[in-house]
Design a protein around this ligand. Structure first.
Ligand code: FAD
Length: 495
């Protein structure tokens, strides 16, 4: 047992050293108390329940990077055990923390706050237990610019509509400036009972390494996040407002998985984008469009915090009786990118290959599933939870409820995306489709989004045999639309 008092830094969705208020507090506490810092991560059931295949892959990489970064900052004594700087545990957080507190001279525990109900319940219990022991326990705002209780309507309630929510946020004092990583951390050098190695967390892809495409597209970790931010600011933010809906241009930041795991903070992103606006007169519009997307992330967390159960319960009650269809073959075709709608199949294949899909395409594939195919939004949510690297307890259910028309400030159910018109508008030359659906590579632009309208001669010239080399559409667009509208009317009558 060490005789120096220990400050535990409990990392969760804040896998970074810079702009990390809990880490800063832990290092400061250790300095003031001649103590040491014990950085740890616990794969507890609350966290495991929120992970799918792609996010497990990301987490494993991110923990590796964080461990290395802590070692580099760590002021460790020569007898540092061969285990890592970032201590890893599996199990119930309260049990693990209890064991550490009983066996080590722990004086304080620090973390950054989360906003989903299971995390809040867990954290509240742990904080109470720390207080009972008269130990220091502090939590911080780090994952959101505006915490859910900081933004209220004039009537003192929570918001249900984005625009007034974002206006209210902007009336708050501006987000604080981000701060630097600690220059050094005096690390605890004791072996801690129950500590495991990264392999024991069992996060790697199984049964084979299907994540090659994910690692080609993304570099998990704090440095990867900062590089991504600066590349975006230098090269793409200037075109963001004009081209953000174009999957063929890839101008968006692709920061979502980094924000999901807190490898970068929204404060860092907000201030960097504002700095760009200040330094580039005339580019304020594009910067504020980008910042308002961060606002949607804030709004999704606001809704998550106030909802009973965003993953399972429609925010609009009337949708509880909606007659979803049970169509496992259609669901499987959608998941595999075999619907016969080129932009949908391109998106679903991009997702499978890279763990990411462009926002506009997420909306199109979501609409086809929930409306034309009448499949429950929870099935789409589950697939995205498993395959997206940015799958997040707030943004994912929030967005699926938005698509399903049953969420907060949602697209009205009767507004049904037409994948052909969407494709022609946002991927006019079919470049995105050609990239992900190579069997349509030689289709002329005019038919790339609707190969079923091409003549046999054109199909032959493009080497496409519908129903063989590329599927026939799962449903006629008009028929699917009418069926969806009828189901909506039935639900309204029943409500
Ligand atoms: P940018 O356009 O560069 O935006 C910057 C950041 O703002 C994003 O990284 C993200 O954190 C936030 N953001 C942008 N758009 C939205 C939005 N509509 N709602 C909430 N936050 C937003 N986003 C996730 O982070 N995780 C999810 O699991 C997720 N699931 C989605 C499911 C569906 C059906 C839909 C339609 C959207 C979903 N989104 C989700 C929102 C959005 O598609 C992604 O945040 C965005 O595509 C990420 O790309 P980007 O980082 O390049 O975004």
């Amino acid at each position: 047992m060490t005789d120096r008092p220990i400050a535990i830094m409990w990392f969760r969705n804040d896998l970074r050293l810079a702009d990390n208020p809990a880490l800063r507090a832990a290092t400061q506490w250790a300095r003031e108390n001649d103590g040491v810092v014990l950085p740890l991560f616990i794969l507890d059931p609350v966290i495991s329940d929120q992970l799918g295949g792609a996010t497990r892959w990301w987490l494993e990489k991110s923990l590796t990077v964080l461990d290395r970064a802590i070692s580099e900052l760590g002021d460790v004594s020569a007898n540092m055990p061969k285990n890592t700087a970032l201590r890893l545990f599996v199990g119930k957080s309260s049990d693990i923390l209890d064991t550490i507190i009983e066996s080590q001279p722990v004086g304080a525990l620090f973390w950054n706050r989360l906003y989903d109900k299971p995390s809040i319940t867990r954290d509240t219990e742990i904080k109470a237990a720390m207080m009972d022991r008269s130990l220091t326990c502090e939590s911080f705002k780090a994952q959101l610019l505006f915490e859910p209780w900081e933004v209220k309507t004039g009537g003192g309630t929570d918001f249900k509509v984005f625009s007034p929510f974002w206006r209210a946020c902007q009336k708050n004092p501006p987000p604080r400036a981000p701060f630097m990583a600690p220059e050094t951390i005096t690390l605890c050098d004791q072996d801690i009972k129950g500590q495991v190695d990264l392999r024991t967390l069992d996060l790697s892809p199984k049964p084979f390494d299907w994540a090659v495409g994910l690692s080609e597209r993304f570099t998990p970790g704090e440095k990867g996040a900062m590089d991504q931010l600066f590349d975006f600011i230098d090269d793409r933010l200037q075109d963001y407002a004009d081209l953000r809906d174009r999957p063929d241009h890839r101008v968006t930041s692709e920061l979502s998985p980094h924000l999901r795991f807190g490898e970068i903070s929204p404060f860092q992103v907000w201030h960097t984008a504002n700095h760009f606006a200040d330094a580039n007169p005339g580019k304020g519009k594009t910067a504020s469009k980008f910042i308002s997307e961060l606002g949607w992330r804030e709004f999704a967390h606001h809704i998550l915090f106030h909802a009973e159960d965003l993953r399972t319960q429609p925010l609009q009650d009337k949708f509880s009786s909606f007659a979803w269809s049970d169509a496992p073959d259609d669901l499987a075709a959608w998941q595999r990118g075999q619907t016969g709608f080129p932009i949908v199949d391109a998106g679903m294949r991009e997702l499978w290959h890279t763990g990411y899909m462009h926002n506009r395409v997420r909306m199109i594939v979501g609409s086809i599933l929930v409306k034309h195919l009448l499949i429950h939004w929870r099935d789409g949510l589950a697939w995205f939870d498993d395959t997206l690297v940015d799958a997040c307890p707030a943004n994912n259910p929030f967005s699926w409820q938005w698509i399903g028309g049953c969420g907060a400030d949602a697209a009205p159910y009767f507004r049904i995306f037409n994948p052909v018109l969407q494709g022609e508008k946002f991927d006019p030359k079919g470049e995105y489709v050609r990239q992900w659906v190579p069997e349509l590579r030689d289709m002329p632009d005019q038919y790339i989004h609707k190969p079923w309208e091409a003549s046999p001669l054109i199909l032959k010239a493009a080497d496409v045999t519908l129903g063989k080399s590329y599927p026939d559409p799962l449903i006629g667009l008009k028929e699917g639309r009418e069926r969806a509208l009828a189901a909506y009317q039935d639900m309204k009558k029943a409500a």
